[in-house]
Design a protein around this ligand. Structure first.
Ligand code: CDP
Ligand code: CDP
Length: 222
């Protein structure tokens, strides 16, 4: 069967990476977490004291460093210049700054170039904010995942608890709302449902149910 491209977009904690990973594994496709790339750049900017508003210095960081991925059994490992940063890029200091770094056109142009190269031959499940609209506009399957902010904050809260990270639920919810606001109101490639994307409201749905719903969309398009 011909390998297709699957674009999965949506707001924070809507379940994109969890279901994208499962689908990629089942279909023997490449999984590409584009958020991890913006997170890695933000981590680098923090390490090197680069101002999050300095578009040119951020773009230079992209050119001077190599962000790479390696698929492990359970998760996708992320490296900067060969050094693993998988855990470090999920820390709150990165999460709270990433949407500022990701708003710049010069940064996005570089990232989109890399992502399009990864998706060039198809056989990819890519998740992010602008995959269906900007990165893979010709993707055969486009999914836009949503869920109530209450449920999304609940999911992140539980995830943090499992990792032993203490978080205040209301703060977490406010941070998610703020990040969604920044991502959907930026000028360049804002978070937006592509005209030809299928929207799935995952409120009250477990992971298996969401995977099944996406598989139905894939089956209908093949
Ligand atoms: O997994 P989570 O929802 O926390 O976010 P992520 O997918 O790791 O993405 C982190 C941030 O990167 C987002 O809030 C966006 O600001 C940015 N991002 C983006 O602008 N475009 C993408 N294609 C992916 C992520
Ligand atoms: O990638 P994104 O930020 O959209 O979300 P995620 O990291 O895939 O999911 C956030 C958390 O919600 C994870 O702990 C998932 O296991 C959980 N989740 C869930 O409980 N039910 C779903 N239908 C989807 C995700």
């Amino acid at each position: 069967m011909k390998k297709i491209s699957i674009a999965i977009d949506g707001p924070a904690s809507s379940g994109k990476s969890t279901v994208a990973k499962i689908l990629a594994k089942k279909m023997h496709y490449i999984y590409c977490d584009t958020g991890a790339m913006y997170r890695a750049l933000t981590y680098l900017a923090i390490q090197q004291n680069v101002d999050f508003e300095n578009e040119q210095e951020l773009a230079t960081l992209c050119l001077e460093h190599t962000i790479s991925f390696k698929q492990a059994e359970k998760e996708q490992l992320v490296f900067i210049d060969g050094i693993e940063v998988t855990e470090a890029i999920r820390q709150p200091n990165v999460t709270n700054a990433v949407s500022i770094v990701a708003k710049h056109a010069a940064v996005r142009n570089k990232m989109v170039e890399i992502q399009q190269e990864i998706g060039r031959l198809g056989g990819v499940v890519m998740d992010g904010r602008d995959i269906g609209t900007a990165v893979l506009p010709d993707a055969q399957v486009k999914i836009f995942l949503v869920a109530s902010v209450e449920e999304r904050a609940e999911r992140r809260f539980k995830e943090n608890q499992e990792k032993g990270i203490t978080t205040d639920f209301d703060t977490l919810k406010k941070e998610i709302e703020h990040r969604d606001y920044l991502d959907s109101t930026r000028e360049v490639s804002p978070l937006k449902q592509a005209a030809d994307a299928v929207k799935i409201d995952t409120t009250g749905m477990n992971i298996e149910e969401v995977v099944l719903a996406i598989e139905e969309v894939i089956a209908a398009k093949s």
